[in-house]
Write a protein that binds this ligand. Structure first.
Ligand code: ADP
Length: 336
């Protein structure tokens, strides 16, 4: 008989392999030793407005009242077994993350059927929020300078995930690239990441956001790190031209979209963009996964080098401020 994916004791403690989660927070248990206990308590969190909705979660702004720290809390219902399993994968990844280009994880609390994943609050929202605000306000797309910086930081995050953690993110898209008013860019939502055994670099499961999925993944073939690079290519084109690059995409024309991604030549940037940027996107969207460069290779690409912080000073904080104003003008910012 299958073992249950977790056990929930009568005291409300949620236990799964290395984790023990209760109202007092998460404790990682490595063998007999308790590696870390975080002191966040649910009663100290004041849950505020909804920041966004995910496939199985609601993200709310929150304030930790004792310290007056702003946080983002992802609330997930855990009655459903698939969601629970997805969450546990997410927890495992988040828990061991400490890298400047990944959204930080503070804690995870469990109460009355819901998990509360406490994350760093990214007050600039996501690139998806910026895209919507740009469309609604009729503003221009981000400049190549901005897109270069976004590409560089996302590649740095992916390189860390792939090389150091042996993880495929599996859900790179504008909604999972977050911004803050300090001008930082971070990758979020590791809910769909799965730890990869370094000897077995393929994921057999099929979850994620189809529109940004690589041809090998949509084709049902094994996929790996290169799949995230494809998703980044689609994300960069969408941010540059202000619309999703595949014409069939209208949110529900799934089979036409699938056919375009699998059978058509990959999308490319128009001539108006610099040759370096066009080439970076071309490289990311190499249809043959074997030929597609890695995050590490792409960090050496001329377009990334051109937007190196030391060479091209850019006030990302100022850009995020403009985007925040745009989101307010477009009325997609939740009232605080
Ligand atoms: P999905 O499940 O679709 O990947 P999420 O549940 O992670 O999405 O997030 C949905 C939305 O909530 C994001 O697009 C973003 O606008 C907002 N959001 C998520 N995490 C944070 C955060 N840490 N800080 C601020 N906003 C966030």
């Amino acid at each position: 008989m299958d073992q249950p994916s977790f056990t929930l004791s009568q005291s409300g403690t949620f236990v799964k392999e290395d984790f023990v989660i209760n109202r007092q927070g998460i404790a990682a248990v490595g063998g007999t030793e308790v590696a870390r206990v975080v002191g966040l308590r649910l009663q100290d969190l004041q849950l505020l407005e909804v920041l966004g909705k995910g496939a199985s979660s609601l993200v709310r702004r929150a304030v930790h009242t004792p310290s007056q720290t702003e946080l983002a809390v992802k609330v997930i219902n855990v009655f459903d077994k698939d969601k629970r399993d997805q969450l546990l994968r997410e927890l495992r990844t988040l828990y061991s993350s400490a890298f400047p280009w990944l959204v930080s994880f503070h804690d995870c609390l469990y109460d009355e059927g819901a998990m509360y994943i406490v994350l760093e609050y990214m007050d600039g929202g996501s690139l998806a929020d910026v895209l919507i605000a740009t469309q609604l306000t009729g503003s221009g797309a981000p400049s190549e300078l901005v897109l270069g910086r976004i590409a560089a930081k996302t590649l740095a995050g992916l390189n860390y995930l792939h090389r150091e953690r042996h993880q495929v993110h599996r859900d790179i898209k504008p909604g999972n690239i977050l911004l803050n008013s300090r001008g930082e860019i971070k990758i979020s939502d590791f809910g769909l990441s799965a730890e990869l055994d370094s000897t077995k670099e393929m994921c057999a499961t099929f979850i994620g956001t189809h529109a940004y999925m690589s041809p090998e993944r949509l084709g049902g073939k094994p996929y790996s790190f290169a799949s995230d690079i494809w998703s980044l290519g689609i994300t960069l084109i969408e941010c540059a031209i202000g619309q999703f690059p595949y014409t069939a995409y209208n949110g529900n024309n799934y089979f036409v979209l699938l056919s375009q991604i699998l059978n058509d030549p990959p999308p490319s940037l128009p001539d108006a963009f610099s040759p370096e940027f066009r080439d970076l996107v071309l490289q990311c969207l190499t249809k043959d996964a074997e030929q597609r460069p890695s995050a590490e290779d792409l960090l050496k690409h001329p377009f990334i080098a051109m937007h190196d912080e030391s060479l091209s000073p850019l006030d990302m904080a100022e850009w995020v401020k403009i985007c925040t104003q745009m989101r307010k003008d477009a009325e997609i910012m939740p009232p605080s």
